[in-house]
Each structure stands twice: as structure tokens, then as C-alpha cells.
Design a binder for this molecule. Structure first.
Ligand code: MN
Length: 233
């Protein structure tokens, strides 16, 4: 059987994403935002990994820009929003991380909290960057969610999981086709999935930073497994 090809959106620290895909048996194909076309990508790969990065332009979900918004890259927004739409249309398995989860939600009609500190009373510190794999807070997992089956298959009624955190934005209005699968103790949404897709999972934290120790390996294993199943099918 050939190795499933996973398109990986660009990121300044791409190494951990690449390692995570390779470790689970996938072949990472890192996209070049300036040349990639969504239609070609969706045709050429077996799975999608949307990565972290700067903020999605608030105009894309109908809001004025908050002063804290940074790192807008219009080409990247356009490419990734189209990758989500076309990817779901063609049932391409996708794992969406941090910015990727925000892209997924906006592509499906949702909106974002532009700045957690300004918008969420008594918010935890969600911007806790060093080292990248530093555990920052717990999340409460939704019973029955695919995410929960992968991370805590033997958990009881209120399964929790310890995660890292480096995001100043979060999901606000959740797109109607997504369900929330994890929340932080302050109510910030930390994961969603799309039940009608064979594999469409999104997390607000950074599982790729744990490839050395394996806490989130099940997420990448499941992406690669779904990608290889789709190719066979
Ligand atoms: Mn967080």
C-alpha cells in the first residue's frame, strides 16, 4: 500500500507538524501559499492538516478588526477557506489545529472571538508559548465525541485532558454543522468536529508539539488511517 499524502498548510515552525505526520505513517506535502491551488491540492492528496498561524481576517466573518488582530495573510486565508470547502465536498479527511480550527469554523459560516482577553471575563491564560509542549490548562471532553474516543477511550463521565495553549482567539458562534467536543474551564471552546464527515476534527491547542512523547499521537494516527481508507475506497 502506498503512503497517504497529507497536505500541510505552511507554518514558521513546520517541523513538528511534519514529524507528527511522518510518525503516524503519512507523507507530508507542505503547501506553498503563493502557488498552491485548492482544487489541485484536494485532487492530489489523501488528507489535509491545517496548521497554526496568524489571525483570519475578521472581515471574512463580517466584523471590524480588533486592535489585537495580527499576522493577516490574505492569500493564506483564501487558500485555506477554499481547501476546507472543497475538502469537505470531496470527503478529504482533515485535522485542523489552532488557526486551522478557526479557518474551519469561518469557512462553514461561524465567527471568532477576536481577542479572548478583551472578550472573556476571568479567562485563563491561553497565551502560554514556552516551551511549545508546556501543559497550560485542562480541557473537558464531550462524552461520545470522536476526539474523546481517541484521547480517553476508557474515560468515565467527565473526561479531561491536559493541553498546551497559545491562542489569543477562539470560536464564538460555532458553525451549524460543527459540534463542540472540548472546552476549557473558563468556557473557551477548545475543540470541534463535524459529525457528518468521516473525519473532520479540530483542536485549539497544538498536538504536534508532543510527537516526541506521544500524548496526541492518536489524532495523527486517526487522520492517516482515515486518509488511507479513503484512498482504498
Ligand atoms: Mn487554550
Amino acid at each position: 500500500m502506498t503512503t497517504p499524502r497529507i497536505a500541510v498548510a505552511p507554518n514558521k515552525r513546520i517541523d513538528d507538524y511534519v514529524k507528527s505526520v511522518q510518525q503516524s505513517g503519512g507523507e507530508p506535502v507542505v503547501l506553498d501559499t503563493s502557488t498552491a491551488r485548492a482544487a489541485d491540492v484536494v485532487r492530489d492528496v489523501d488528507g489535509l492538516l491545517l496548521t497554526g498561524g496568524g489571525d483570519v481576517d475578521p472581515r471574512l466573518y463580517g466584523e471590524e478588526r480588533h486592535p489585537s488582530v495580527y499576522g493577516l495573510v490574505p492569500d493564506r486565508d483564501a487558500l485555506e477557506l477554499e481547501l476546507v470547502v472543497r475538502g469537505l465536498e470531496h470527503e478529504v479527511p482533515m485535522l485542523c489545529i489552532c488557526r486551522g480550527m478557526q479557518v474551519l469554523n469561518v469557512a462553514l459560516g461561524g465567527t471568532l472571538v477576536q481577542d479572548i482577553l478583551s472578550a472573556v471575563p476571568q479567562a485563563l491564560n491561553h497565551t502560554d508559548p514556552d516551551p511549545p509542549h508546556k501543559i497550560s490548562h485542562d480541557v473537558l471532553l464531550a462524552p461520545g465525541a470522536r476526539l474523546t474516543q481517541l484521547l480517553r477511550p476508557d474515560a468515565g463521565e467527565r473526561p479531561t485532558y491536559a493541553v498546551n495553549s497559545r491562542h489569543h482567539q477562539a470560536l464564538k458562534h460555532v458553525a451549524s454543522s460543527l459540534v463542540v467536543t472540548a472546552t476549557a474551564p473558563d468556557g473557551v471552546i477548545e475543540a470541534v468536529e463535524r459529525p457528518e464527515s468521516a473525519f473532520c476534527l479540530a483542536v485549539q491547542w497544538h498536538p504536534e508539539n508532543f510527537w516526541r512523547t506521544g500524548e496526541f499521537r492518536a489524532l495523527f494516527d486517526a487522520l492517516i488511517e482515515a486518509a488511507s481508507t479513503r484512498r482504498r475506497g
